[in-house]
Design a protein around this ligand. Sequence first.
Ligand SMILES: [Zn+2]
Ligand SMILES: [Zn+2]
Length: 367
Amino acid sequence: MPRVAVIPEPGVPVEIREVAEPRLEENSAVLDVEFSEVCGTDVYLQQGRLQGVPYPLVPGHVSVGRLSKIRGRLFDVEGREFREGERVTFLDVHRTCHACWYCLVARATTRCPQRKVYGITYGLDDGLCGGWADQIYLKPGTRCIRLDAQPETFMAGGCALPTALHAVERGDVAIGDTVLVLGSGPVGINAIMLSLMRGALRVFCVGAPDHRLAVAAEAGACEVLNFENHNDDERLEWIRARTNGRGADVTIEATGVPAAVRQAMRFTRDAGRVVVVGQYTDHGETSFNPHLDLNQKHLDVRGCWGSDFSHFYRGVQIVSDPLKSQPWVQLQNRLKPYDLNDANAALADVSAGNIFKALISIGQIQA
Ligand SMILES: [Zn+2]
Ligand SMILES: [Zn+2]
């Protein structure tokens, strides 16, 4: 019987349960999990800070493993048929309808009301739908991608890779741009690497603590600033001093702190672009001066919600490329694997910011 790590209800520690093997519908599969991610979202899930989440819940929305059982036929986006035993990952977003107003008219599929996310808005009652488990049930219509890269290289990006890819796309980062990334967590680090890949001349990073800023520098940030010992005005001076007094062309907010949105606006040059990607859960309100911070600045401020198959697909292509994958290969040594039984310790370490990224590792850690 497969084991799953379950959050029974908000605020309660994770517990291990054994559940029945999934019964396969036509054109579905079972994935034997190798790695699943522990990210900030999982901390919020355990704390009950996301809306629309069905508990009990098996977390783990981005995972990698091997197809152990296929019923019917499954194809990838290139039309190649999947075989049992192949290593794959899959888009955690399922059931985007491509039929509603948001999908068809607004072309904003990440706002489709039908979409469900493995490990977040699919609960245990929906089946084996989270990655902190021996197995995941891949429902019909789940978008799998064959993974040729090392699974650790892909997981070094994890959910932050498609999220950050979407953010730099929203920011229209262009050749020669100066980019400022606020936040040095996984999304911020991936935003640094992808901004450079898109042609940014320089990427600055304001974050904390120092061990994460060291990762930002390794990822290619030309200079970093620890916000803990610099107030708002000092940070503004810091970026202005490096941009001929103007501010960054593009600022990507990846902090989770509401006040950082106004800072992002102030740190950006007139007629520049701000992308808000760090407010995935409701941390409350903030205020800004509509005249000084927005209108007079002729600023473009863009929200960025989730990611779609194109971001996920291109992320997998990048980490599978021998040359382009190098920043993520380097990031691998920042991963910390945890046994399924140690899921609570993994959550605690992610919540405290002790480590860069935690993984749930199934069958990889020998006792
Ligand atoms: Zn995540
Ligand atoms: Zn839709």
